[in-house]
Design a protein around this ligand. Structure first.
Ligand code: PLP
Length: 397
């Protein structure tokens, strides 16, 4: 049997995640400091864990309604109305999913016919292009640029549009650049989406982790609620990655289409995670703000240190990632990461793991303790210093 004959072509064509291979090496290095992981270093707040434990003690071990617990959907609807703006009917316009990951997958699968096109901005979260491929769509990345702090450029989307585009996939604040979108740019994008009759999938998983200005959801702009699927979840702001719970809000016909896939491939999100999410929305926002303040202090520190050591780094306005430029050091971003890990035992992720527009950059997550960040910054400074010395020595030969 030739294994290759049995793996679907579109799966064969998917690249392996560069991040995974790299972190297999990091896991073998006990002294390494990792700024590579895209998850909070905080443990889920105790009251949220306790709610899940209590639910287990009460014997809540069953499936739930495919759409999620009604109590949770109601709470999601209230939270979304107060934090993001639009109001959604918990009965028909809210779907609880297994993380935002599942929501992205089923939203794309629910909408795309083979060959339909998806516009999205890049550098971006690693799963976007593969998820489009798995849904038999065609990915059309639109670059955001360091000169504009990787912020959204509506004009670039307008220029990249081509017949067959069906979806505009957005993520603000952005992984890996920390970029956000202000209201005026979103208004222009909304106009573009209406003109071109696009459905918008708006991944706002880092919304609570916005440090500059207010978070604006495109779903709240006039004419957008009826063509937008708003995705959010508990992994980042509430530090609940392991619970695997998120949600989608959107027009009932789109939520119903997503539900059809969800009910066959997932049935429902785990009940204990849904109970935890309910507690998170009811009583967790103070904890979110406490963690957010810590991230902000760490952000200010690490961005300052990057710039002081000569790595040009814009201030990320949201998320917990800094995206410094390593282009001037005479190494590409992949070699930079490998040598930094080998020589100083600090792990950061090559920017190209997030698409070709991440070239010349690395992603450094500041969701790690302040003490570790200080050590990592000192080690990186030594590394950058040694690279500069190498270049001077080379020039002298
Ligand atoms: N969307 C973005 C932009 C992310 O960065 C991530 C995780 O890193 C996800 C979605 C996945 O989130 P979840 O844990 O809810 O599946």
């Amino acid at each position: 049997m030739n294994p290759s004959d049995y793996v679907a072509d579109h799966v064969k064509s998917l690249p392996r995640s560069g991040i995974r291979d790299f972190f297999a090496i990091v896991s073998e290095m006990p002294q390494a400091i990792s700024l590579g992981i895209g998850e909070p270093d905080f443990v889920t707040p105790w009251k949220i864990r306790e709610a899940s434990i209590f639910a287990l003690e009460q014997g809540k071990t069953s499936y739930t309604d495919n759409r999620g617990l009604l109590s949770l959907r109601k709470e999601i609807s209230t939270y979304v109305a107060s934090f993001f703006g639009p109001e959604y009917d918990p009965q028909s316009e809210v779907l609880v999913t297994v993380g935002v990951s599942e929501a992205i997958d089923i939203a794309l699968r629910a909408i795309l016919n083979p060959g339909d096109k998806v516009l999205y901005h890049e550098p971006c979260y690693v799963s976007y292009a593969p998820s489009v491929t798995l849904a038999h769509g065609e990915a059309i990345p639109v670059g955001t640029v360091p000169g504009k702090s990787f912020s959204l450029d509506p004009e670039a989307f307008e220029q990249a549009w081509e017949p067959g585009c069906k979806i505009l996939l957005l993520n603000f604040p952005t992984n890996p650049t920390g970029g956000t979108a202000d209201r005026s740019k979103l208004e222009r994008l909304a106009k573009f989406a209406v003109e071109k009759d696009l459905i918008v999938i708006s991944d706002e998983i880092y919304a609570e982790l916005t440090y500059e200005g207010e978070h604006v959801s495109i779903a709240e702009l006039p004419g957008m609620k009826e063509r937008t699927i708003l995705l959010h979840g508990f992994s980042k702001g509430f530090a609940m990655t392991g619970f695997r719970v998120g949600f989608a809000c959107g027009p009932d016909w789109l939520i119903e289409a997503m539900m059809k896939i969800h009910q066959y491939c997932m049935m429902c999100a785990p009940i204990l995670s849904q109970e935890a999410a309910l507690e998170a929305l009811r009583h967790g926002t103070e904890d979110v703000m406490r963690m957010r303040d810590q991230y902000q202090k760490r952000r200010d520190f690490i961005v300052r240190r990057f710039n002081e050591m000569g790595l040009d780094c814009h201030l990320p306005r949201g998320s917990f990632y800094a995206f410094p430029c390593v282009q001037t050091l005479g190494l590409n971003e992949v070699d930079f990461c490998h040598r930094l890990l080998r020589e100083q035992e600090v792990a950061v992720v090559p920017g190209t793991a997030f698409g070709s527009h991440g070239e010349g950059h690395v992603r450094a997550s500041f969701s790690t303790s302040y003490e570790k960040l200080v050590k990592a910054a000192d080690r990186m400074e030594s590394f950058v210093g040694s690279l500069s010395k190498e270049r001077v020595d080379e020039a002298a030969v």
